[in-house]
Design a binder for this molecule. Structure first.
Ligand SMILES: NC(=O)c1ccc[n+]([C@@H]2O[C@H](COP(=O)([O-])OP(=O)(O)OC[C@H]3O[C@@H](n4cnc5c(N)ncnc54)[C@H](OP(=O)(O)O)[C@@H]3O)[C@@H](O)[C@H]2O)c1
Length: 282
């Protein structure tokens, strides 16, 4: 059974695109209750606008915001994580669960920053690293999570509940997190390019653009749903669509000549290796 979170106090540090998506889902579903949720951003005018939109307290004061929090969700940029952790370390409770979604930031980095900033007083903090994606906005997200040194099964259950609220969640070994970033976190951008290109094909053969986009989007959604629901290998499913000497095989020949497969493989490899670098940039 999923842990009940509505009596927990949640602090979201850096409620930008991703933090906003998660907050909207939590409040809409009642996973967390608005008077127990506080968020922070960098700019005061954004804080005011977000507070008005979501009906929660939003501030620019990270230190104040984490006081008394049961869960602190870090949705700031990777380059800002060290600075914010040093800022909040003395205010955060020893039992507070820290969930960090920043790309390329290992759970161990979060643990070390909190321990170092408190001269070891916060050296056993439960940390869960998570890598969601933006389809979370329509409850179709894919999130991988992994626990840090002091995260228990219960902590992972809490994090899972927080990401199940916006789609699917998988628990993985931390060594896979950069690959997850390169595949499912960057992946929606790759998929939009494929979808847009299919729609352009439809326009080229005479379909109105809105019809072509609908056909392309529903086709990609349908194909993905078949893979998820049947568990069948995509190659088998592709074979089932490809009639000998039919039209599909002619299209596939073009894809192979255009090196679609190798291009997509290389896109994921590049995005994965870039995912390992972000933390170390200013
Ligand atoms: N977007 C994705 O697809 C995606 C997917 C998986 C993981 N992530 C991870 O999620 C994190 C956020 O990404 P995003 O796309 O949501 O970025 P974003 O929209 O730029 O959000 C970052 C937020 O952090 C706030 N901020 C900056 N400095 C701060 C500080 N010192 N204290 C408190 N808040 C601060 C910003 O405030 P202002 O609004 O006032 O500028 C902004 O609201 C990143 O670490 C990224 O790696 C993103």
């Amino acid at each position: 059974m999923s842990p009940k979170l509505s009596d927990k106090k949640l602090t979201v540090l850096g409620a930008g695109k991703l933090g906003g998506i998660l907050l909207r889902a939590y409040l809409k579903q009642g996973l967390f209750v608005s008077n127990r949720v506080i968020a922070t951003v960098k700019h005061a005018e954004r804080a005011a606008a977000l507070a008005k939109e979501l009906g929660i307290a939003v501030t620019t004061d990270n230190r104040e915001a984490v006081k008394g929090a049961d869960i602190v969700l870090l949705t700031i940029k990777p380059q800002t994580v060290a600075e914010v952790l040093q800022e909040i370390a003395l205010e955060i409770g020893a039992d507070t669960l820290v969930v960090c979604v920043a790309a390329s930031v290992p759970a161990g980095f979060v643990e070390q920053q909190l321990a170092a900033a408190t001269s070891g007083r916060r050296d056993e903090m439960p940390v869960v690293r998570a890598m969601p994606n933006t389809p979370a906005a329509v409850h179709c997200g894919m999130t991988a999570i992994c626990g840090g040194t002091h995260a228990s099964a219960h902590h992972l259950d809490i994090a899972r509940t927080m990401f199940d609220a916006v789609g699917r969640t998988i628990v993985l070994d931390e060594k896979h997190m950069d690959a997850v970033t390169g595949l499912s976190a960057s992946g929606p951008a790759f998929a939009y390019i494929i979808l847009e290109s299919l729609a352009e094909g439809g326009v080229k053969v005479g379909l109105p653009r809105d019809v072509a986009t609908l056909l392309a989007a529903q086709t990609m959604k349908g194909a993905a749903s078949v893979v998820l629901e049947t568990g069948d290998h995509p190659a088998l499913l592709k074979d089932a669509v490809t009639t000998p000497a039919g039209c599909t095989i002619d299209g596939i020949l073009e894809l192979e000549e255009g090196k679609l497969r190798v291009t997509l493989i290389k896109a994921v490899v590049k995005a994965t290796s870039r995912a390992g670098e972000l933390l170390f940039e200013k």
